[in-house]
Design a protein around this ligand. Sequence first.
Ligand SMILES: [Zn+2]
Length: 334
Amino acid sequence: MARVVERGVIGVDLGGTKLLAGAVDADLGIHHRTNRLIYGLDQNGLVQMVADAVEEIRTAVGDGIEAVGFGIPCTFDSRTGMAVQAANAPLADIRFHEVMAERFGLPVVVDNDGNCAVLAEARMGAAKGCSDVLLLTIGTGIGGGLLLGGEVYRGWIGGGAEMGHMTVDMNGPPCQSDCPNYGCLETVCSGTTLVRLASLMVAKRPDTALGLALEEGRELTGPLITELAQEGDPVASDAITLIGERLGVGLVSLVNIFNPQMVVIGGGVSAAGELLLEPARAIVRERALAPARDVVRIEAAAFGAEAGMVGAALAAREGGGVARAGFPSSEPVG
Ligand SMILES: [Zn+2]
């Protein structure tokens, strides 16, 4: 078979509802993207669909593929390589990396999707060239990834960097899905919270562009709030400003602890750009400790929906990941 891609790696972002996969070549070009809806599949169905997607790409790009990486939104235990809290994907109790390595006859790595995203941003995105990077993806919840001294940092057994679950309000609302905590960062500034805030605020100010849009039957969503905020609607702008300030409060702690060179904000809510980032920066400048606060840069992610896929491919190329199988002489690393 002709090689379309030399020294390629395949990255697979296995989200809660969909799979996005593509091949990344040695020059970091992306080839043959494919996606699948995975909602409602059982474990066998999921494994089969993932295998189909990877085989589709291998067929399309030729036999130059050297490894496959998976980014998955769950916590891992690096001692076993198994997914521990995978609320949205049926991956519990399976050595997924070993199953896939055997199936493809290729080296396979798996990692948390936030770890993949920070790797993508640090190697070829907004934080290119930076060694100490903190990434938050703000969507339905808040995912996190840490690059410290040039390496992805996962904690002792791979369960770390869950910065969305940092407590910012000890008497705050209960957190989502499997998190038993109250007042986590993601309970005060996720996309879900943005919609809830805007809903409360527009009820008091219905004579605004947002109020009128809802009256016309449009659904209250993050993208609608962002769109109207960018057009100057006061309610939508206020809601995003408040989310940005709350994000800033969380970043104060993270900047004080990690002294990152760069903070990268991704996920759906980051589409608000400066409307979100500037309030966050203002809080960090005001409240964080010197000298970290004076040098940290807080910027939007360069990769949108493809961060997990690209990062998973890079993790495969670097032989990283929280767990790996099928490499010539590799034991899973902690
Ligand atoms: Zn939580």
